[in-house]
Write a protein that binds this ligand. Structure first.
Ligand code: EPZ
Length: 429
């Protein structure tokens, strides 16, 4: 397996450009199935979750062309069988978006249940509740989710729990249903809005994305379209935190500042300077980093996908910080790895108590999942000495060319290929 070798202690300086949003792209690529013609997608990041999503479409019979520069032309009209087998679906949790899109197009779907419990229990009961409300019958046998609907009829759907995936899957299934679907207690993340904009560019009729009530008026058909995906606010936040942790000075380009508000506010409370421009933010640190409290919440609250990264920064802040993970039940798996680097963190249930230390020390660590891996990269960049990070395939699921982008900012980071040392684990996330 590949490793990152980081020689830390160098402030990040310069400019970095943010790529397309992973959590928008893993929804938009399957959504192409709904179109009665080819789609051209732009600003698609080169990450493994994208390659897996495109591979699934290709194996199902779609024509996928890489036009270069992050642009793809996809014609999914060749897909006849609404089935995604386990060997393809198991690599990525987001494969469950094929349920909503295949149901929306074919009124049936058979997709392998994503495995894994990287972040704790991750049921899809709310997705299935929505599909049933639209008239589908859902069953789970032999690890496959089987959904069938004679007709899809619009309905009122209230989510018992705010769910990004459930909101996305419902939009996908409802946009060609007969009549009006109202989704209440909907998730409001930027990638929900991006998917709605993509579907509307195909001729869908979706109103209210970004609020907690989304209205989907079913249409008879959806056409091919050309669409550029939004920048990744979590990638941007990760570089903001890396710049702060190394006390550097970095201009982060191709961002939508509004999507970063909760991250910007939290960094300012910690003592980080954040200068906002139209499509970029500049990060610098003059004085000491100071303790704060963080609680993860659905958008527009502080994103759970930034929790490991901000915790790594708080390891270097004066005083005692409290981090509460309120979305997932098992998102502190990076804590043991940070302790190996000299961090002083204790975890009790969904709360981590972080005592700031003067500095971290490089050590061999292993990435347990995508965002935890990003936190270890940040810690390694800030630490004195050398940090080796194993299982970096987790990190490469969501960060395009991360070592190249960091090297361009002055980081001493190299990727080292180690011949198959550990069996590749099934990854979800
Ligand atoms: C999406 O996961 C993202 N993944 C996650 O990003 C992100 O952390 C999460 O949303 C929250 O923002 C993708 O977009 C591919 P949820 P998702 O449904 O859709 C519970 C990353 O690092 N729940 O909003 O799975 C669930 O267990 C990844 O990029 C139910 O109980 O998240 C969790 O506790 C990690 N029943 C909470 O809701 C359901 O039917 C939020 O989950 C669905 C969810």
């Amino acid at each position: 397996m590949d490793k990152f070798i980081i020689k830390g202690g160098k402030p990040l300086e310069g400019e970095v450009t943010i790529s397309g949003a992973k959590n928008a792209v893993v929804a938009i690529i399957p959504a192409v199935i709904l179109a009665d013609g080819p789609c051209v997608l732009e600003n698609i990041p080169e990450i493994s979750d994208v390659s897996i999503s495109l591979r699934i479409l290709y194996e199902m019979g779609a024509d996928v062309q890489n036009l270069g520069g992050g642009t793809y032309r996809i014609d999914a009209t060749g897909i006849k069988e609404p089935v995604v087998p386990y060997e393809l679906a198991r690599h990525m949790r987001a494969s469950y978006y094929f349920l909503g899109t295949l149901l929306g197009k074919f009124h049936k779907a058979r997709v392998a249940m994503p495995g894994g419990c990287y972040l704790g229990d991750r049921p899809i009961d709310q997705h299935l509740k929505a599909f049933s409300a639209l008239g589908a019958t859902c069953s789970l046998d032999n690890g496959m989710v089987d959904i069938n609907a004679g007709m899809l009829i619009g309905n009122q759907i209230y989510f018992d729990k705010i769910t990004v995936g459930g909101t996305i899957n419902t939009m996908l299934a409802a946009c060609k249903a007969t009549g009006l679907t109202v989704i209440e207690n909907a998730a409001k993340e930027p990638h929900i809005v991006d998917l709605a904009n993509f579907l509307n560019s195909m001729g869908a009729d979706i109103m209210g994305a970004g609020t907690d009530v989304i209205k989907v008026r079913g249409v008879r058909s959806l056409k091919g379209t050309q669409y550029a995906v939004i920048p990744d606010q979590i990638e941007a936040g990760t570089y903001m935190v890396a710049a702060a942790a190394t006390r550097g000075n970095v201009l982060i380009k191709n961002v939508i500042p509004k999507h970063l508000e909760s991250i910007t506010q939290k960094l300012a409370k910690i003592g980080v300077n954040v200068e906002e421009f139209d499509e970029s933010v500049r990060i610098s640190v003059d004085g000491p980093l100071v303790k704060t409290s963080v609680k993860t919440m659905p958008h527009p609250g502080f994103p759970t996908d930034m929790q490991p990264q901000i915790s790594a920064l708080l390891c270097l802040a004066e005083g005692t910080s409290i981090v509460t993970e309120d979305i997932f039940s098992n998102r502190f798996r990076y804590v043991d790895e940070l302790r190996r680097m000299g961090a002083d963190i204790s975890v009790e249930g969904k709360v981590a108590v972080i005592e700031g230390v003067d500095h971290l020390k490089g050590a061999p660590v292993t990435a347990p999942d995508l965002r935890a891996g990003a936190a270890l990269v940040i810690a390694g960049l800030a630490a004195s000495g050398v940090t080796e990070i194993d299982d970096i395939y987790h990190i490469e699921r969501g960060y395009e060319n991360i070592e190249k982008k960091l090297r361009a900012l002055g980081a001493d980071i190299v990727k080292k290929s180690v011949p198959g040392s550990s069996v590749r684990k099934v990854e979800v996330g």
